[in-house]
Write a protein that binds this ligand. Structure first.
Ligand SMILES: [Zn+2]
Length: 383
């Protein structure tokens, strides 16, 4: 039912074209995984719009379904695919990212790549509770709900069970996603705890129609990244993800991936978690990344920015009000086939929701089409 096959290995870089077979069809890699936080891609897209956007798969956030207490409803509906009318492969994350985003990330205003270091970076080091994360130990993590303030318990087994109930094709081990500010000692503790949780998670019987991705931790430290890569490569998992903090800059991130690359199992698909904007896409593919997810392309669409071959296009600018041509010449997406920049500029200025929806359809199509061309270049040894 599941299989990963490398169709073409580039001779010039670590880039490869691959095929992931799932019960919900194939994913041809390198592939972008659009973020569908609550089961749907934000921007008001229905399942027909999703067809129009030509995407291959999507990723949904388990934590939010737990927080909303909706895991059982989705299970009763027959899983995410049925509940949201999505016929293609689905990924669900484990909740580990929220340990960072609702914890240190929220408290210090950080991303997984932190270019600006806050002055008060020491404040969270020895505190038991950080942001909405109350406690982390061998058993799991206790959050405060960002919606209601109620306590939410998450353990490796609870994450596994929730992801089994949601029924995605690919599920992720529960990890402790660290911060770029963690010192070596803290990063090691988080990595060790992640490894312990992985073993607990894998004690749960995973159904035949699902496969697991392991997650490499270790933050910005070479020795830890190497140790975690070896540990995760030895687990009985279908794919390998790179998680956690990625340093101060994109160059730090590339360096971290290159450390990992020396020890990673190349026979399995590699997923770089939460990173994948236009600027880094080609570079990470050359470093052997097969899958990447990122909320940016759909988020900027809702705020009026289109992706084009010349870079970002801010549709809201007044100079676009009489441009009666599509966003991208030759783009075959529904939006470019039916709407001009002038129309989109008008709709956006008028605060009509249609603008965000149409831009989201274009941005998703644009990325998938760009990746299609990258895959063709890899096939022809021109990448
Ligand atoms: Zn288009």
């Amino acid at each position: 039912m599941f299989k990963y096959e490398i169709l073409k290995q580039s001779k010039k870089s670590k880039a490869r074209v691959g095929k992931i077979k799932t019960p919900h069809g194939e994913i041809i890699t390198p592939a972008f995984i659009p973020v569908a936080t609550l089961g749907v891609i934000k921007g008001g897209l229905d399942f027909q719009d999703i067809e129009k956007a030509n995407i291959q798969c999507q990723i949904t956030n388990t934590f939010h379904f737990i927080d909303l207490n909706k895991v059982k409803i989705v299970k009763r509906a027959g899983g995410l695919h049925k509940f949201f009318n999505f016929s293609k492969p689905i990924f669900t994350d484990s909740g580990g990212f929220q340990i960072f985003s609702l914890g240190k990330g929220q408290e210090l205003g950080l991303g997984k790549i932190a270019s600006i270091f806050p002055k008060n970076q020491k404040t969270s080091k020895n505190k038991r509770s950080v942001g909405l994360v109350e406690k982390i130990d061998k058993k799991g993590v206790i959050f405060r709900s960002p919606r209601t303030g109620k306590k939410i318990k998450l353990s490796p087994k609870l994450s596994a069970k929730a992801q089994i109930d949601l029924g995605a094709d690919f599920i992720y081990l529960l990890d402790v996603c660290g911060s770029p500010l963690d010192n070596l000692k803290i990063a090691k503790r988080e990595m060790d705890l992640s490894h312990l949780w992985f073993e607990e998670f894998l004690k749960v019987k995973i159904p035949e129609n699902q496969r697991v991705f392991g997650i490499i931790q270790g933050g910005i430290y070479k020795s830890l990244r190497e140790a975690s890569t070896k540990f995760v490569s030895n687990l009985p998992v279908f794919g390998i993800a790179i998680g956690g903090a990625l340093g101060k800059s994109k160059n730090d991130m590339y360096k971290i991936i290159s450390w990992i690359n020396k020890h990673i199992d190349w026979q399995r698909p590699h997923h770089l978690l939460g990173i994948g904007d236009l600027e880094v896409m080609e570079k990470i593919i050359k470093l052997g990344i097969d899958l990447f997810d990122c909320a940016l392309p759909t988020r900027i669409a809702r705020h009026g920015t289109a992706l084009t071959s010349k870079g970002y296009l801010d549709i809201s600018k007044s100079r676009h009000m009489d441009k009666f041509k599509p966003i991208e010449k030759g783009c075959k997406c529904f939006t470019c086939q039916n709407y001009s920049i002038a129309q989109l500029n008008f709709l956006f200025k008028a605060k009509e929701q249609l603008a965000g929806r149409l831009l989201t359809i274009h941005n998703l199509w644009f990325l998938e089409n760009k990746l299609k061309r990258i895959r063709e270049r890899i096939e022809m040894n021109k990448f």
